[in-house]
Design a protein around this ligand. Structure first.
Ligand SMILES: [Zn+2]
Length: 361
């Protein structure tokens, strides 16, 4: 199964680039930037990452390591590291979250530094690794709507086709960070603005139904008009929400390893597995890695590892894994022609694995 999954072409649709920063890379960047190296000792960092079992300690460690970033090269290196691991795991297309508010708005960094480093690495990744990476700008939901609107304003030059810094790599907006108590509807003005922010509009996604219950999903669909739900596993607690997701074929970007480690949804790995339940009910599920460098995924990371871990735990047979790969392209924001081409490659790949790879579930 691991070999089958690693080679299976797939898209990764739920990956926070800050969550891909390994302890070794955080240390190297801290050194380059003249920071206190003791605080970023890679062995201590790896040990800390093995310890946390809930959201708050994770966010503290995440915030500390994200704080090493100072220069364009730091963002380039962090992104290129991820793209290399993605390529090793059969990821051919990735729609990658980044959090400008984690880095900017503190007088240390400008939006320009962040996006330029990231897009330069994406360009190199396309050329040398064959991974087509795109960006989804995320608002931090525990910060103000006014700041989210300011982020969009700062991103505007990168979205205007006639601007000298225009980049087609910025394809959408999302929303992340602690969910409970931070209702999605509050961000309606930012999403309304994003939807009209460039000629064809930005795609809209949001984290919902991870810590928050199913009503957060409904609110994100109604108020923010999102096209894809990040996490969304708690839809299982409300049959009407599941029915709505199935009817509209709204994709979920589920992250089983993350849910398991952070225990944001304790029942996830107990009894019936959520991914299998969602698949069997006809929900368009995809499986992703979320913050792979923090969840024991080490150097293998990426969607492949998440698929693999689920499979290892005995919850997913290879036919489900094949369906997840097909879903990952269906749920992506690539063109219909590109979806067809990638899905044909999945089918072709699976032919080579018969009889181990039954038809899609
Ligand atoms: Zn996430």
């Amino acid at each position: 199964m691991p070999e089958f999954v690693a080679g299976l072409p797939k898209a990764e649709l739920h990956l926070h680039i800050e969550g891909s920063l390994t302890p070794a890379r955080a240390y190297a960047i801290a050194k380059r930037n003249g920071l206190d190296l003791d605080a970023f000792d890679p062995e201590k960092g790896a040990a800390a990452r093995r310890e946390f079992t809930s959201l708050v300690p994770f966010l503290i460690e995440y915030g500390k390591c994200s704080g090493v970033m100072r220069k364009e090269a730091d963002f380039y290196d962090m992104m290129y590291d991820y793209l290399e691991r993605a390529a090793e795991n059969g990821v051919v297309h990735a729609e990658i979250f980044f959090d400008p508010q984690t880095h900017c708005y503190t007088d240390i960094l400008e939006f320009k530094t962040v996006i330029t480093g990231l897009t330069k690495a994406l360009e190199e990744g396309r050329k040398t690794l064959g991974v087509d990476g795109k960006l989804i700008l995320c608002f931090l939901r525990d910060r103000s709507v006014e700041e989210a609107l300011q982020v969009l304003e700062d991103a505007r030059p990168y979205m205007e086709v006639k601007s000298p810094v225009y980049t087609p790599d910025l394809l959408g907006v999302g929303m992340d960070n602690a969910e409970l108590g931070f209702r999605p509807g509050r961000f309606k003005p930012a999403y309304d603005k994003a939807r009209h922010a460039r000629e064809a509009g930005l795609h809209c996604v949001a984290h919902a139904g991870e810590e928050g219950d199913a009503s957060y999903i409904t609110e994100a669909l109604d108020d923010l008009k999102i096209e894809r739900v990040d996490h969304g596993v708690r839809c299982l607690e409300d049959p009407a929400v599941v029915e709505r997701l199935v009817k509209a074929q709204t994709p979920l970007t589920v992250c089983p390893c993350s849910n398991h480690r952070l225990q944001v949804y304790p029942r996830f790995f107990c009894g019936e597995n959520a991914v299998r339940q969602l698949l069997s009910r006809g929900v368009k599920v995809t499986v992703n890695s979320d913050d792979p460098a923090y969840f024991f995924m080490g150097n293998v990371s990426a969607a492949g590892r998440a698929c693999d871990a689920s499979a290892y735990d005995g919850f997913l047979a290879s036919n489900y894994v094949r369906t997840l790969a097909l879903n990952s392209f269906d749920a992506s924001f690539i063109s219909e022609d590109d979806k067809k081409a990638h899905k044909a490659k999945v089918a072709e790949y699976c032919k080579g694995w018969r009889p181990a790879c039954p038809p899609a579930a």
